[in-house]
Design a binder for this molecule. Structure first.
Ligand code: UAG
Ligand code: ATP
Length: 578
């Protein structure tokens, strides 16, 4: 009740004169001679959502072009239309004239036409202005990285609230702007600009002090400009591996797009009392590239590292540390069946800066006082996720690390990530969301280590997305698993079997001895994996996690991996125990 009242109030407040929006965005210009200054009631990028008073932004897309729907938007009462000057469809209209199938008999409700260099960029600028720049009234923290974003958002949000700092969040899994947590039904991790600023405005109206925003490379890319007009107080970078190259075009572009998060940190220069904070994984080879971008904003640079793998730290890490102001390290670490234990060491810059050379990173860390931390969530990578949160809370909000350690001991896991299913079956069954080569390299060794019998992996790869990662996923899985059941993830308009064969090829060519089954239907694949599993085996189901649908050529079909897996177990006669 409380929240819907607040939302109603917010909507009423949110009407703006077109002239105010034009003043906020200097890349938009009126393209007609009228002096009309309508009141704009909503900013819309899809004609199907237009209502009376909407300002419709025509956006060229991958499947169609929003400029084709201008007439529809006008029919539905759009008060203003923003079109892109360099749009192909618009250029063709100018060159060839209006096509015969373009509706001409609509009753125009005195719309105003506005030309923009980029309608997406204009949409972002207007969205921030329309909601009166909510980010300026909140402490905004962005999380980016190929893997670990949603988990880090969830942990940081829990920690902030447990430490008495009211915070909202937006992530792939869910969002919270008031007291209620809602599932994210958008199928977008970072929503479009009008939704981002609306959600932040809701948080502000609901008395939140901080906002944690999952900031994907898509959202940070100038191609979508979803986050272009968001300024951040703090930013965390988890890691980067092969993903989404079909969208970004190349790895350097992907890295650069992610780094936009650090380029969008509030500039600390004029007001050193309000220093923005950049938290960056020192184990990542791109640490220095990102740290340099953060330094341009005069941000405080926090490195974090955990001794997860036998060969840590990477060779360049000690040298890269010179770019950091402080280091948060977890060493040693201990993986438990139901969580992790580690020693937190906060190393001040004075320990390495200006000191005689020669001290290794390990020595620096070992010489620093340790604070024991317990994390009741399995998966060694969650140590990294919590370390990032710890650095951010300590350096941006000055929370004592002892208090953070206390709150971390009460953290709860995230839907669809490392969820064990207990139905009395003789084998272990786990649902997890790993779906990138990076996360595969993290989770497979963990599964292998804890599996007494055969490791059976059920997974697929996304259709119409990064095709190059498919054989890599196959090869990594083949290295660790005994049996692969390769299946649908979200084939979209691609043929399921084409995707599955791409993955199988990688598994076969890796040279590892592995049994491969190709079963497109995911329910049948899970069921087949369970029927193959015996005493001591482990079945892992990867890549769907929390997702509420499978997208195929036939459209979106409802899906809940955990429920489907539980159904399959029940059909085998096992009954739920936890
Ligand atoms: C690849 C990508 O970013 N796609 C986004 C893009 O879609 P598109 O280019 O296919 O759009 P389109 O269908 O060609 O339509 C063009 C324009 O016409 C409009 N339109 C279309 C039909 C109509 O009847 N009327 C109308 O006005 C559309 O709303 C759109 O504005 O523009 C749409 C509207 O702005 C987005 O919803 C859509 O995100 C889709 C849902 C998507 O799947 N995005 C994924 C790839 C994504 O962004 N993922 C990242 C997470 C990645 C990670 O896991 O790390 C994310 O941040 O969510
Ligand atoms: N720090 C990490 N490093 C590597 N793998 C991780 C890390 N954290 C989580 N994972 C693995 O990646 C999977 C996805 O985690 P999470 O949802 O937090 O990532 P994400 O970046 O939000 O992914 P997406 O953007 O696709 O939603 C988890 O199920 C786990 O297997």
């Amino acid at each position: 009740m409380q929240e819907s009242w607040q939302l109603g109030r917010l909507r009423k407040m949110n009407k703006k004169r077109l002239s105010a929006l034009l003043a906020a965005c200097n890349t938009m210009k009126r393209a007609d001679n009228s002096s009309l200054d309508p009141e704009v009631s909503s900013l819309v990028y899809d004609s199907r959502d237009v209502g009376p008073g909407s300002m419709f932004f025509a956006i060229p897309g991958a499947h169609t072009d929003g400029h084709r729907f201008i007439a529809t938007a006008l029919e539905k009462g759009a008060a203003a239309v923003v079109f892109q000057t360099k749009d192909e469809f618009v250029s063709r209209l100018i060159q060839d004239g209006i096509p015969d199938d373009f509706p001409r008999d609509i009753q125009l409700p005195h719309p105003v036409f506005i030309a923009a260099e980029s309608s997406r960029q204009a949409l972002s600028r207007c969205s921030a202005a329309f909601h009166d720049y909510p980010h300026r009234d909140l402490t905004v923290i962005g999380i980016t990285g190929t893997d670990g974003k949603s988990s880090t958002v969830a942990f940081l949000h829990q920690l902030l609230n447990d430490l008495g700092i009211p915070a909202g969040f937006i992530s792939t899994v869910a969002m919270q702007t008031g007291t209620e947590t809602r599932n994210n039904m958008l199928r977008q991790s970072t929503p479009e600009a009008p939704d981002i600023h609306r959600l932040l405005a809701e948080m502000r109206a609901n008395g939140k002090q901080a906002a944690v925003v999952e900031s994907t490379s898509h959202g940070l890319s100038r191609k979508t400009s979803r986050l272009l007009d968001l300024e951040y107080d703090g930013a965390i970078f988890t890691n980067i591996s092969h993903e989404h190259l079909e969208f970004h075009g190349s790895f350097p572009q992907y890295l650069s797009d992610k780094t936009n998060l650090f380029r969008q940190l509030k500039d600390s220069q004029p007001d050193a009392s309000n220093t923005s904070v950049a938290v960056i994984n020192l184990e990542d080879p791109n640490f220095s590239y990102i740290a340099r971008a953060a330094a341009e904003r005069s941000a405080r640079i926090c490195a974090f590292i955990s001794s997860q793998s036998g060969d840590w730290p990477r060779t360049e890490a000690r040298k890269d540390l010179d770019l950091a102001d402080i280091l948060f390290a977890a060493h040693p670490v201990e993986h438990l069946s139901d969580g992790n234990r580690f020693s937190l060491r906060v190393v001040e810059k004075s320990a390495w800066s200006g000191q005689p050379a020669g001290k290794s990173l390990k020595q620096l860390i070992d010489q620093t006082e340790a604070l024991e931390m317990h994390l009741p969530i399995p998966g060694g990578f969650n140590i990294d996720n919590v370390l990032g949160c710890t650095a951010l809370l300590s350096e941006l909000l000055s929370v004592p690390v002892r208090e953070i350690a206390g709150a971390a001991a009460g953290l709860k896991g995230v839907k669809g990530r490392m969820v064990p299913l207990f139905h009395g079956q003789p084998f272990t069954a786990i649902v997890d969301y790993a779906h990138t080569p990076g996360s595969f390299t993290k989770v497979f060794p963990l599964f292998r280590e804890s599996c007494r019998g055969r490791l059976i992996a059920v997974f697929g790869s996304a259709g119409e997305r990064d095709t190059a990662k498919r054989p890599i996923q196959g090869a990594i899985a083949a290295e660790y698993a005994d049996i692969l059941v390769i299946t649908d993830e979200d084939p979209r308009l691609e043929d399921s079997m084409d995707i599955i064969r791409d993955i199988s090829r990688g598994a076969r060519e890796s040279g590892h001895a592995v049994e491969i089954h190709e079963i497109a239907d995911r329910r049948s694949a899970i069921s087949a994996a369970f029927s193959m599993a015996g005493e001591g085996d482990t079945v892992v189901m990867l890549g769907k996690g929390h997702e509420g649908s499978i997208i195929t050529a036939a459209g979106k079909q409802a899906w809940d991996e955990e429920s489907v897996a539980r159904d399959c177990l029940e059909q085998m006669g096992y009954t739920r125990q936890k």
